[in-house]
Design a protein around this ligand. Structure first.
Ligand SMILES: [Zn+2]
Length: 264
């Protein structure tokens, strides 16, 4: 399986240089992720197809930079099918017929088969796509080399689920990960381990903040992220809240109204 990166031409504060979508040529030409429908993306996709007909798009999750381009692709290539794990209230925003796929399901792709691996955390509907024979994992937003992944609890993010997803992928032992953002991840196990450690460290910081009597994400953010740019404060608040919610579920923190405390 020789995937071809096709740039989505959607640079921005949340997407870095812009998304990478992956074309898998062969019997069943398949695109991983739909981008945002930029004309240059569709032109680049057609160029990479070099005359072949795209059969389907597998979408890792319904965030705008991965799913919204389905509409423009469907306009230019009306025969294409779109597949993802359902998250109905969000999928409805992108008006194409979505074919549901679930964890463990296999899909004929290129000249081979990919297996869907449910990896919630960044979003509840997140799938990675696994090619067992070559050890390649299309990892969507599970990992972004040179950055960390946002876990937004107000939009279905769940830090405990995210760590479990990272551990699940460690067990797969991928040889290489092909992400939607940033460079190809050629030493995936090192990066996954780094992410797991990073979350543990963040949790320790949140516990330490609770221990010193801080009671809200607003109070904790300046302590935990002392040099944060203003534009990133709301994301940091979300991240702290994600950890507090995990601790609450584990019975280690509790809330009285808006005030958080350690549970004794
Ligand atoms: Zn995302």
């Amino acid at each position: 399986m020789r995937p071809i990166p096709v740039h989505a031409f959607n640079p921005g504060p949340m997407t870095g240089d812009g998304n990478t979508t992956w074309l898998i040529p062969g019997h069943v030409p398949t695109l991983i992720d739909a981008g945002t429908g930029e004309r240059q993306h569709l032109d680049a996709l057609e160029h990479a197809l070099s005359g072949a007909r795209l059969a389907q798009v597998l979408v890792t999750h319904s965030h705008v930079d991965h799913a919204s381009g389905a509409v423009a692709i469907a306009e230019r290539m009306p025969h294409v099918q779109f597949l993802k794990m359902p998250w109905p209230e969000h999928d409805a925003a992108w008006r194409v017929p979505w074919h549901p796929i679930t964890d463990g399901e296999t899909v004929a792709v290129g000249d081979s088969v990919l297996a869907a691996v449910h990896t919630p955390g960044h979003s509840p509907d997140h799938l990675c796509f696994w090619h067992h024979d070559s050890g390649q994992l299309f990892c969507g937003d599970l990992a972004w080399k040179g950055s960390t992944v946002v876990i937004p609890p107000s939009h279905g993010g769940d830090v405990a689920a995210y760590v479990a997803s990272l551990e699940r992928i460690v067990h797969l032992q991928p040889r290489i990960m092909l992400p939607a953002h940033g460079p190809v991840i050629d030493r995936p196990l090192d990066l996954l381990q780094e992410y797991i450690e990073h979350r543990k460290w963040r949790e320790q910081q949140v516990l330490a903040a609770l221990r010193t009597g801080l009671t809200s994400p607003d109070e904790m953010v300046p302590r935990i992220y002392p040099t944060l740019a203003t534009a990133l404060v709301s994301m940091a608040r979300e991240s702290v809240l994600a950890h507090l919610l995990k601790l609450e579920r584990e019975g280690r923190a509790a809330r009285d109204g808006e005030r958080w405390r350690l549970r004794d």
